[in-house]
Design a protein around this ligand. Structure first.
Ligand code: SF4
Ligand code: SF4
Ligand code: FES
Length: 249
């Protein structure tokens, strides 16, 4: 039997201004390989399938266990994490491309810091003064914990933003992850102190109204976060808040 191999077609771009091109690599198959382990092998021996010496592929990674959110890229056209993309489950040749909605840094690495700017804009945190001991916080019921836990699993990978047809420069849409974090912190017993400010940040251009409920986000989320449910719940809260604000004026 012929030895099995793994073929990867990788989109390369040496810098943000350069023209992109493709390179193909062939690796010897080993059990349990994933996309990141293939990229590590290429880095150890950066030679294309045609035998031409090249440079190692630039990509982001850290935890290698689908927790840090850094290794997101397009794998066979789908937004997903490289570290959990098993070669055995991928059609070959495996196509690797950088995300298309974020500025390129180099090769497969993109600048996805916009998600952190969006999270800052909606104050996605629990406001506590950590300079002195406040004692224990309010207790959360089992039901509240079960509602919050799935939302707390977000790893800021931006897969939901890449897949969303509404996430683009024209709309300035904040994206599903940010909205789901508004839901998480607005239902937290201490976090809800900033509820009104969070909802206000989602009103108007780029806010929740941009969502067209296409549901691409929920399909690609590696953490199975109930994004469309969170968007619907926050959408209702934003409408209620806008109505209340109208009569406050
Ligand atoms: S439901 Fe559709 S439009 Fe709304 S955030 Fe998800 S992918 Fe985007
Ligand atoms: S909601 Fe899901 S897809 Fe979006 S950033 Fe969080 S983990 Fe990633
Ligand atoms: S390396 Fe952390 S999620 Fe893939």
């Amino acid at each position: 039997m012929a030895n099995k191999s793994v073929i990867l077609r990788i989109k390369r771009q040496p810098n943000p201004a350069a023209k992109a091109h493709w390179e193909e690599f062939e690796l010897a198959y080993k059990p349990n390989m994933n996309v990141t382990s293939c990229l590590m092998e290429i880095a150890a021996n950066p030679v294309t399938r045609e035998g031409k010496a090249t440079t190692p592929i630039t990509y982001d990674s850290n935890c290698l266990e689908e927790v840090c959110g850094s290794c997101a890229m397009l794998i066979n056209g789908r937004a997903r994490m490289a570290c959990s993309a098993l070669i055995d489950h991928l059609e070959q040749p495996i196509r690797l491309e950088p995300f298309s909605k974020f500025p390129i840094v180099r090769d497969l690495a993109t600048d996805r810091s916009v998600i952190f700017e969006n999270l800052k804009a909606v104050k996605a945190w629990v406001p506590v003064d950590g300079t002195y001991d406040l004692g224990p916080g309010p207790r959360m019921t089992q039901e509240e914990q079960e509602g919050a836990y799935p939302l707390s699993r977000c790893i800021s990978c931006t897969c939901c933003m890449e897949a969303c047809p509404q996430f683009n420069e024209e709309t300035g849409f904040v994206g599903a992850a940010t909205i789901s974090q508004v839901r998480l912190f607005n239902t937290h017993p201490t976090g809800k102190a900033l509820k009104r400010e969070r909802l206000a940040a989602l009103m108007g251009d780029g806010g929740i109204q941009e969502c067209g409920y296409a549901q691409n986000c929920v399909e690609v989320c590696p953490k199975d976060i109930p994004l469309t449910k969170a968007i619907a719940e926050v959408g209702g809260e934003v409408m209620k808040q806008a109505f209340v604000d109208l009569f406050r004026r």
